[in-house]
Design a protein around this ligand. Structure first.
Ligand code: FAD
Ligand code: NAD
Length: 466
């Protein structure tokens, strides 16, 4: 048993856990972080946000070289895919970033305890690695994240039937990739392999695409994905997947109630993720889980057990890296007697497809349901000079503002660099800005950000360039 007593032991080094550990060290807490995997950074850095974005970027460049260079007057003959190099580049980026977290731990003198962490009692964490040690600590922060979920009748075989981690490293481009679930992972990784030449069929249970997004955005998205060749079938209930040699037969019930099958050479199951508390021993010490397995916490991220907190994917809420980070910071600041806080109305959500889809705040149906009076403004990228220069004119920005106070309540974007443009909207919501505040702020010309300004002008009935 280590002689030292830590002020805080964080279990899990994903974006929630590692950022919490750094903030704790900044606040003067003697901190350890337990990680069972060989590298730090959790799902996001190792098998999530970062490798998926690396492949999205590379595959978009490949598609652009093949399909869009001629319109710029650039003739490229014989564009070829070098998949091992593309995958190697992704791995290199992951290695740099996970190594960067290890460097940050050294800088902040955070002890990296290597192994599976188990809470044996409040104030005691057993770490089973090459050797087994027990860390004594004043506080414990659970940041164990999430793992891929599947559905009845579909079992991962680690080969032809897999989850996102497998789809980040297929050794060759599938001939026919069947994706189960048209959520964020299905659309992002489905796009990657479609751009690289796979036939991609997406089977989605819900009757509409991206039902949590604003319907105006979802409608545009459905059209654009269809144009890109993604065969998205809505209202489909998958009932099983059976391996047949090097292929997989997926059985489903079509919207008309008929049982059907479809065969592909790879299946990506992307039906959501589940909280990860396996081997953690949390319940045994009195931490309560809800019926879906999420750790139950109060508004300050405290569990039912004094001295144990939880944040990130393992607690309810959107499964996003930046949500986990902000919760980690707020939880630790709260432990240090500071007023840590997360504004859940100002968490941006981005889907890194082409074009990107981004939103923050409320959607139109949510405002209607809550009975909030609102006005709206929108502006298409088609009427923006920079979008024309880029050759990226699909999509629009939509702003929802309170009908009386003009306060910005929601911003929804589909279009080029939507993921970067949404930052302005998140800051506007955080600062309780009005649509007029955005409209009167100077936006550089010619930039895509002028579409946000014009949408804000439109909400005030004085759009200029359309
Ligand atoms: P995690 O990142 O899951 O980290 C938990 C860590 O805890 C892991 O390293 C795990 O090994 C460790 N651990 C678990 N149990 C124990 C234990 N008992 N002992 C020791 N260690 C343990 N989000 C975004 O915001 N943007 C994106 O672009 C994005 N892209 C994604 C793409 C994919 C393919 C996937 C799968 C996810 C993506 N996400 C994205 C979601 C994002 O990865 C998660 O929301 C985020 O990683 C959650 O952070 P976390 O710290 O709560 O948990
Ligand atoms: P998701 O919740 O985004 O989508 C799952 C989809 O599967 C839903 O549309 C759902 O209706 C569908 N589905 C569920 N059961 C089904 C069934 N039986 N048959 C067919 N379809 C079914 O989940 P995901 O795409 O697996 O992603 C998991 C999490 O990771 C998400 O919560 C997301 O927040 C996070 N993530 C975020 C990003 C990002 O921020 N860009 C990227 C990837 C993942």
């Amino acid at each position: 048993m280590s002689q030292e007593t830590f002020d805080l032991v964080v279990i899990g080094s994903g974006p929630g856990g590692y950022v919490a550990a750094i903030r704790a060290a900044q606040l003067g807490l003697r901190t350890a972080c337990v990680e069972k995997d060989p590298t730090l950074g959790g799902t996001c850095l190792n098998v999530g946000c970062i490798p998926s974005k690396a492949l999205l970027e590379s595959s978009e460049r490949f598609a652009a070289a093949r399909l869009h260079s001629a319109e710029h007057g650039i003739k490229i003959g014989g564009v070829e895919l070098d998949l091992p190099t593309m995958l190697g580049r992704k791995d290199k980026i992951v290695k740099q970033l996970t190594g960067g977290v290890a460097g940050l731990f050294r800088k902040h003198k955070i002890h990296w305890a290597k192994g599976l962490g188990k809470i044996v009692a409040p104030g005691k964490v057993e770490v089973a690695g090459e050797t087994t040690e027990v860390l004594a600590t004043k506080r414990i922060l659970i940041a164990t994240g999430s793992v891929p979920a599947t559905i009845p009748g579909v079992a991962f075989d680690g080969d032809r039937i897999g989850h996102s981690t497998h789809a980040l490293a297929y050794p060759s481009v599938p001939e026919h990739l069947i994706v189960i679930g048209a959520g964020v992972i299905g659309l992002e990784l489905g796009s990657v392999w479609a751009r690289l030449g796979a036939k991609v069929t997406v089977l989605e249970y819900m009757p509409a695409l991206l039902p949590i997004m604003d319907p105006d955005v979802s409608k545009v998205a459905a059209k654009l994905f269809a144009k890109q060749g993604l065969d998205i079938r809505l209202g489909v209930k998958v009932t099983g997947a059976t391996r047949k040699g090097d292929t997989v037969e997926v059985a489903f019930t079509a919207p008309d109630g008929q049982s059907q099958t479809i065969t592909g050479d790879r299946v990506l199951v992307a039906v959501g993720r589940k909280p990860n508390t396996e081997g953690l021993g949390a319940e045994a010490v009195g931490v309560q889980l809800d019926r879906r397995g999420f750790v139950q916490v109060d508004a300050h991220y405290a569990t039912a057990v004094p001295g144990i907190w939880a944040i990130g994917d393992v607690i309810p809420g959107p499964m996003l890296a930046h949500k986990a980070e902000e919760e980690g910071i707020a939880a630790v600041e709260g432990m240090a007697g500071q007023p840590g806080h997360v504004n859940y109305d100002a968490i941006p959500n981005i889907i890194y497809t082409h074009p990107e889809i981004a939103s923050v705040g409320k959607t139109e149906p949510e405002l209607k349901q809550a009975g909030v009076p609102f006005k709206k403004g929108s502006f298409p990228f088609l009427a923006n000079a920079r979008a024309k220069a880029l050759g990226e004119t699909d999509g629009m920005v939509k702003i929802l503002a309170h009908a009386e106070t003009d306060r910005v309540l929601g911003v929804h974007i589909i279009g080029p660099r939507a993921g970067d443009l949404i930052a302005e909207a998140a800051v506007a919501i955080e600062f309780s800005a009005s649509a007029e505040d955005i409209a009167r702020s100077v936006h550089a010309h010619p930039t895509l950000s002028e579409v946000v300004k014009e949408a804000a002008l439109d909400a005030g009935g004085r759009v200029l360039n359309i």
